[in-house]
Structures are given as structure tokens and as C-alpha cells.
Design a protein around this ligand. Structure first.
Ligand SMILES: C[S@@+](CC[C@H](N)C(=O)[O-])C[C@H]1O[C@@H](n2cnc3c(N)ncnc32)[C@H](O)[C@@H]1O
Length: 206
């Protein structure tokens, strides 16, 4: 792992992920999680303050970056949240089948290196009928913006730790055995290639 990925990228992720429009998006999905929660790519733990303590038993956070995971642990302590860091990738989650009630994924699907395997793992560990709560940026509906997303993505991926601009979260979830029950979308302020957001929840099909 180069110096960029090890030291600069975690700081860049932490900075970009705590911008006010993104923090407002967290508030639209994270409080809906309940019971035993698994967060995918918990990053520096910016969602942790948004969990509804009355509904959540504990949160496990999958995160392959140790630098970001340690920040998440500090945020969980500060928030007084029962939290366990799992240093792993979403493509191989060390949890039992049907062992969580909710999965939370915010701005992570864009970065996952193994999408089908990771979504299959989320489905496996989520109990039947459990919900996956998500907010993601991705493929824009406007053809002009989408064209620029495809042009810029190869360079963007290299600079932004593998982040893709063209993934379509609702379609990928639907193709992986989840029924998308709530779906909202809009552009956040900022460059349109990176700001088309979709959010809501998808239920694990039996
Ligand atoms: C843009 S950040 C978002 C972090 C956090 N979810 C948030 O909303 O602030 C993408 C995250 O995906 C994580 N990630 C990268 N590869 C992953 C993998 N294979 N499995 C799970 N998370 C991964 C990164 O380390 C990073 O924390």
C-alpha cells in the first residue's frame, strides 16, 4: 500500500465524508436501523452519532482500513455506543448466517472491489426480512452527466481509493436478492458527476 493510500487517503475520506450535505444524508437513513446492526465500510465512524439508541442493540463495523477503523472506535467510545470493529472486507464477513437485524451502508458500495460477493455476504448475514439501509452516490440519470462520469471514472478511481462514479445502487441491490422498498434521489450541492445520491432501504428476500 502506497503512502497516498495509507496516510493521505484516510484524511481525504474523513474530510469529504463530513461535509454538511453528506451529514444530512446520514440523518435520513441511519436512524432507521434497529437491533443488531452491521455497518459496511464504517470508515471513520461518522454514522455512529446518528443511530437511535432506543432501537439499536449494538453495532458491528466492517472496515479494512486500520487508520479509519481506529477513528471509528474513538467515535463509538465518545458516543457511548456498543461497538465492535471487524477488520475485514465486505466480501468475506466473519459473522454467522442471519445474525444481524439491519445492515447500514453509506457511500461504500462505490468503493467495494468485489460487489457481487460483498452483496451476497450482506444478504447472508442479514436475517430474512431484515433491512439494508443505504445512501450512495452513483450513476446519474442525465445522459450528459453520465457521459462525464464514464470519462472521468478511470482517473477518479485511482485518486479516490477505488471509488466508482457509475455504480447504480438500487439496481445492484435488486440484482442481489433485495427488494428496494423505499427509494429517494437527488443531486447534492457540488460537481454533478459525484453528487447524484440515492437512498432508502431494501429488504432481504427469503
Ligand atoms: C467513501 S468511504 C465511506 C466511509 C463511511 N461509510 C462513511 O459513510 O463515512 C468508503 C469506505 O469503504 C471502505 N472499504 C474499502 N474497501 C472495502 C471492502 N472491501 N469492504 C468494506 N469496506 C471497504 C473504505 O476503507 C472506506 O472506509
Amino acid at each position: 500500500m502506497g503512502l497516498w493510500n495509507r496516510y493521505a487517503l484516510p484524511r481525504l475520506i474523513e474530510f469529504s465524508m463530513r461535509q454538511p450535505p453528506i451529514m444530512r444524508q446520514r440523518g435520513k437513513v441511519v436512524p432507521e436501523a434497529s437491533g443488531r446492526v452491521l455497518e459496511i465500510g464504517v470508515g471513520s465512524g461518522l454514522n455512529l452519532a446518528f443511530y437511535d439508541r432506543a432501537r439499536v442493540e449494538h453495532v458491528s463495523g466492517v472496515e479494512p482500513s486500520r487508520e479509519l477503523g481506529l477513528l471509528a472506535c474513538a467515535r463509538a467510545r465518545a458516543a457511548g455506543l456498543a461497538f465492535e470493529l471487524i477488520e475485514a472486507g465486505a466480501e468475506d464477513i466473519p459473522l454467522d448466517d442471519a445474525s444481524v437485524d439491519s445492515v447500514v451502508m453509506t457511500y461504500t458500495l462505490c468503493t467495494l472491489p468485489h460487489v457481487p460477493e460483498s452483496l451476497a455476504e450482506m444478504r447472508r448475514v442479514l436475517r430474512p426480512g431484515g433491512a439494508l439501509h443505504f445512501v450512495e452516490h452513483g450513476a446519474a440519470p442525465d445522459p450528459g452527466v453520465a457521459r462525464w462520469q464514464r470519462r472521468v471514472e478511470p482517473l477518479w478511481k485511482r485518486l479516490a481509493g477505488g471509488c466508482h462514479l457509475t455504480r447504480n445502487a438500487p439496481e445492484l441491490l435488486a440484482g442481489a436478492g433485495f427488494a428496494v422498498e423505499r427509494l429517494e434521489s437527488m443531486y447534492l450541492p457540488g460537481p454533478r458527476i459525484a453528487t447524484w445520491n440515492t437512498w432508502g432501504h431494501a429488504r432481504r428476500q427469503p
